[in-house]
Design a protein around this ligand. Structure first.
Ligand code: FEO
Length: 397
């Protein structure tokens, strides 16, 4: 039983934490690790909600065997077909061949694409509003398309009032012994990771997240069991409020994030000078070097901050490439409701303010401040007034 944690008397966490994976989805760095959560229901009929990533397979299978404690496995409910949760389906079905796999029509389409050999499994196809009774518990299914893939479902348990939320309300970060969010200082230990996870993984689908939040508002939810990160049993409203903000592209703070690109440090000096001036005007500021910061962290900061300052050199008559990649990511994720301030450096033909303005203009409900900053090669003492004015306009915007 060493890898199992009790969520309630008959709902067990049987997942695992991965601290070896360098990048989630082979894109996002996760120095904090990640957990793959799976939940076992010890009822008259036994149920598992999702499996786990292959990386934690040994621990997962041991947990499942311990949880079953000699019983047969009746149902494997697949809420999400992304392989970080479904990669053990075949193994589980091979070990427990009597199991019935539960999913919706899209679940089984994607399952067949990944694993053609699952065609012969015992299957139960469900749709929105259908229920699965296991004895004491009855689970109702709620479609949650594009949170984060089209087949995603959630399940609500009428006994524990738990919402099995698939990827929603998840976070990067391995579990450090605690299963419940209230066993941590979540705001200090997880919030940045949860925001980075949300913004990069689901950020594009704010409208779909809003649709699910509206459905969830009609349920008496007392626990949230995500597929990643801690389980919520207290202060759910605090975290749901974060999701309300994030999914409506509402800035979490009125802080300023300054992101610069700099070949030799001169644009960096200008960005630092802008940050100093913003601080002097009472603003909270974070400064990032676009070349040295993985773009997923910058995206997380865009979701947190109301104001985004971008300063970079012109490069090959275009935008400094790492900055362009960052802007492209904001476009791909559909950032909204932000105030942008732009600066540029060019020793002979600065053009990035114009080019960045053209790109950012495609975003909805954004303000691009007319007051911009232009440096010719390097910032000098005589430029202080211009920097202060640039910062003042940002602070007051
Ligand atoms: Fe955790 Fe969309 O998979």
């Amino acid at each position: 039983m060493k890898g199992i944690r009790k969520v309630t008397e008959d709902i067990l966490w049987i997942g695992g934490s991965d601290r070896r994976l360098e990048r989630f989805e082979n894109i996002f760095p996760i120095p904090e690790g990640v957990s793959y959560n799976s939940y076992f229901i010890d009822d008259e009929k036994t149920v598992v909600f999702d499996t786990a990533d292959i990386s934690v397979s040994d621990q997962y299978l041991e947990n499942l065997k311990d949880a079953l404690n000699g019983k047969k496995l009746d149902y494997l409910v697949v809420l999400h077909m992304e392989p970080d949760h479904c990669s053990m389906i075949n193994t589980v079905a091979a070990l427990y061949p009597e199991v019935t796999v539960v999913g919706n029509a899209k679940t089984f389409t994607i399952m067949g694409q990944f694993f053609p050999e699952t065609a012969g499994f015992n299957k139960l196809e469900v749709k929105e509003g259908d229920t699965l009774s296991t004895g004491k518990h009855t689970f109702s299914f709620v479609n949650a398309p594009m949170v984060h893939w089209p087949e995603v479902m959630m399940a609500y348990d009428d006994v524990s009032k738990a919402l099995f939320a698939a990827d929603a309300f998840g976070t990067f970060g391995a579990l450090d012994g605690g299963l419940f969010a209230d066993e941590y200082d979540f705001e200090r230990e997880f919030l940045d990771s949860a925001r980075r996870y949300y913004a990069n993984i689901v950020g594009k689908y704010g409208m779909q997240v809003q649709a699910v939040l509206k459905k969830a508002a009609g349920l008496d939810i007392q626990m949230i069991l995500s597929l990643h990160g801690p389980v919520w049993r207290k202060d759910l409203k605090w975290f749901i409020d974060k999701y309300e903000k994030w999914s409506t592209y509402t800035p979490e703070t009125d802080d300023v994030v300054v992101v610069y690109g700099s070949l030799y440090g001169h644009t960096a000096s200008a960005a630092e000078s802008v940050a100093t001036s913003l601080r002097a005007q009472g603003k909270k500021v974070k400064v990032y070097d676009v070349s040295g910061t993985d773009v997923s962290y910058l995206i997380g900061e865009v979701w947190r901050c109301q104001k985004v300052v971008l300063i970079c050199p012109t490069y090959n008559n275009g935008i400094y490439p790492p900055m362009e990649a960052f802007i492209n990511d904001m476009l791909a994720l559909g950032v909204q409701n932000r105030i942008f301030a732009l600066g540029q450096n060019g020793s002979w033909a600065p053009a990035t303010v114009k080019l960045m303005t053209e790109k950012l203009s495609a975003l909805k409900n954004v303000t691009i401040l007319e007051n911009t900053l232009t440096i010719k090669s390097a910032l000098h003492g005589s430029d202080q007034g211009v920097v202060d004015e640039f910062a003042e306009v940002i602070a007051k915007a």
